[in-house]
Design a protein around this ligand. Structure first.
Ligand code: NAI
Ligand code: MG
Length: 333
């Protein structure tokens, strides 16, 4: 059976890194029928809108998306396409695997954990106002529904991925009601998953421990803001954003995409590093149940990057995007 998957090349280096990821995925032998649609600055230019209906319809129909970065126009009255997609499609879970690879300079070896971030509420609700001229308030919203949903998602993912421990991050000692509710929901859900260890930790302590002993963690679940911050901190532990894959997942729709942006400064030069796009593709393969193909991609990538000459320029190597891609494909066995 062929999978129908929506492909959004996106802007800047998007088309280059997405083409690389597509080629590597196809080389695993999984039968995918790609439906390529435009979104972002390119769609704005060609179709007059950054998020055309046919793109949304394709996503709703196929439910699985591999997406390149999209340039957010500044000051043109358009909302970020990424934020719009997350909200329109209720993609409530943001997933960021954090893994160290031999050959890539990183602060720690043997790091391998996943961050699951609640993607819809917390201080990102966008409810802010001035109180007079000299004060401003932002409303932090935590609901039982969203908290239970993300915690259940985290435990299910832990089970699926064979993870042994879930660590919930919060600041319930200060925000007793909002973070307190998030923690309470996590504890309640944890009771249903006795096969998985559960612990909770305050976000500031977590920041220190992640920097000192990231090997101690397996799967981390956090409200939106702490998840946002810890995701980038963790990417920094293992080689930076250029390597980090990600996914935004809802009840039945999942969008897989690199964490980096459209890098207009290096677009079209065949020098972009496609690793995060390729790893996002591997996450996608796992999600659709093609576990063997996902491991093939990860193994081929791990073998390729052991040789530092074969890396792209941002990682100190000499290979271009295409050459690097061909090298990975030749390592797929
Ligand atoms: P950026 O991640 O595009 O670039 C930051 C720096 O990292 C640049 O020097 C760039 O050349 C480099 N870089 C990024 N990815 C790279 C790769 N794969 N290989 C080699 N070098 C790489 O971040 P920036 O400049 O803040 O944003 C550019 C545009 O991307 C903006 O319009 C922003 O809104 C958008 N963006 C889109 C995202 C998405 O669609 N998910 C995420 C982040 C930013
Ligand atoms: Mg962020």
């Amino acid at each position: 059976m062929a999978y129908n998957i929506t492909l959004i090349p996106g802007d800047g280096i998007g088309p280059e890194v997405i083409e690389s990821a597509r080629k590597v995925i196809d080389a695993t032998g999984v039968n995918i029928s790609w439906e390529s649609v435009e979104a972002g600055a390119i769609a704005k230019k060609n179709l007059g809108t950054p998020l055309p209906n046919y793109a949304i319809n394709s996503i709703k129909k196929n439910k699985i998306v591999l997406k390149g970065p999209i340039t957010t126009p500044i000051g043109e009255g358009f909302r970020s396409v990424n934020v719009t997609l997350r909200q329109k499609l209720d993609l409530f879970a943001n997933i960021r695997p954090i893994k160290s690879y031999e050959g890539i300079k990183s602060l720690h070896d043997d790091v391998d954990f996943i961050i699951v971030r609640e993607n819809t509420e917390d201080l990102y609700s966008g409810i802010e106002h001035m109180v007079g001229e000299d004060a401003a308030e932002s409303i932090k919203i935590i609901t039982r529904k969203a908290s239970e949903r993300i915690c259940r998602f985290a435990f299910e993912l832990a089970r699926k991925e064979g993870r042994k421990k879930v660590t919930l991050v919060h600041k319930a000692n200060i925000m007793k009601l909002s973070d307190g509710l998030f923690l309470k929901c996590g504890k309640k859900i944890a009771e249903e998953y006795t096969d998985i260890e559960f612990e909770d930790i305050i976000v500031d302590a977590m920041s220190m421990k992640l920097v000192q002993n990231p090997q101690d963690y397996d799967l981390i679940v956090a409200p939106n803001l702490y998840g946002d911050i810890l995701s980038d901190l963790s990417a920094g532990l293992v080689g930076g954003l250029g390597l980090a894959p990600g996914a935004n997942i809802g009840e039945d729709i999942a969008i897989f995409e690199s964490v980096h942006g459209s890098a207009p400064d290096i677009a079209g030069k065949n020098i972009a590093n496609p690793i995060s796009a390729i790893l996002s593709g591997a996450m996608m393969l796992k999600y659709i149940g093609e576990l063997e193909a996902a491991s093939k991609v990860e193994r081929a990538l791990a073998n390729t990057i052991k040789d530092e000459r074969k890396l792209t320029a941002d990682l100190g190597g000499t290979f271009g995007t295409e050459q690097f891609t061909e090298e990975i494909i030749s390592n797929i066995i």
